[in-house]
Design a protein. Structure first.
Length: 285
């Protein structure tokens, strides 16, 4: 099985490496070519366009930034659907809009192809260590056929139903993460104001009911003034906007998530810190 990958950013590049270690032949494309140089040097094949990736692959993965990028990569000039032929499969791992996942799946089905939406959680650490959580929507038979690939890059894979349901599951994940990120930020501010040792507080909270993945992975970075992105703040803001839009369409008023979105808007849109990791939220307080 020949694989294609479009979007070799922080997480994408790490996942491609794991697939190559597992023995898969990879063709890669990224908008900024230099971000794929290391992969090509280690055996991946470069393609000049998404269409060329599709022509040379049985399964094409995408992991890009925003829904507009997904739309362009699939439906634009030299996009995937210009090179993909019947019988092949596309898997979008971008956190994107459920309705766009449905659009991609509908087009694929109409042309004899298969499509899954499969966003992930676990950040750069999960991508490097192949411990991602994968949330999949789409045809169940296609999901079963692709499961060996998902198992290479993740340790927890769940199928939620028809096209778009993987994206809905990721929105639920991001709603939860919004709470943990604001919680860990304000916990650190309180710790400092109270004159406590942050390392000791972290060790204590990590052993009790307050423990959570965000705190365990991001507080140590904050204590080292490390704001490099395991996950870009601008991408997280995009996710929260999608989540709240979907919630609004379902008649839900998610007050805490809306407040988290407002804080990340200050970070990204006002302070211009969108290229920091999500842990950089503490820099706006």
């Amino acid at each position: 099985m020949k694989l294609g990958w479009i979007g070799t950013g922080v997480m994408g590049a790490a996942i491609v490496r794991n697939l190559m270690v597992a023995g898969y032949e990879m063709t890669v494309y990224n908008r900024t070519k230099r971000k794929a140089d290391d992969l090509v040097a280690n055996g991946a094949t470069w393609a000049d366009t998404p269409a060329e990736v599709a022509q040379n692959s049985d399964v094409v993965f995408t992991m890009v930034g925003f829904p507009s990028d997904v739309e362009q990569v699939y439906f634009g000039h030299d996009g995937i659907f210009e090179g993909l032929t019947a019988g092949k499969t596309v898997i979008d791992m971008t956190t994107s809009q459920p309705k766009l996942a449905v659009k991609i799946a509908d087009y694929a089905t109409a042309h004899g192809m298969q499509a899954l939406d499969a966003p992930v959680s676990g950040g750069d650490i999960g991508a490097k260590n192949a411990t991602l959580t994968v949330m999949v929507g789409g045809d169940e038979q296609t999901y079963t056929a692709m499961l060996p690939l998902f198992n290479v890059l993740g340790h927890k894979v769940n199928h939620f139903g028809a096209a778009g349901t993987g994206q809905h599951a990721k929105m639920a994940n991001q709603i939860m993460i919004a709470g943990t990120m604001t919680g860990l930020t304000e916990m650190l501010l309180y710790t400092k104001a109270a004159g406590l040792e942050p390392e000791k507080v972290l060790a204590t909270l990590s052993s009790g009911g307050a423990d959570n993945w965000s705190m365990d992975n991001y507080v140590p970075r904050i204590l080292k003034d490390d704001y490099t992105p395991g996950f870009f703040a601008r991408h997280f803001l995009k996710d929260l906007r999608i989540a709240l839009s979907e919630a609004d369409a379902m008649g839900l008023n998610l007050v805490a998530t809306a407040q988290a979105k407002r804080l990340y808007e200050v970070m990204v849109d006002v302070k211009g810190l969108g290229d920091q990791g999500t842990q950089g939220l503490i820099n706006i307080y």
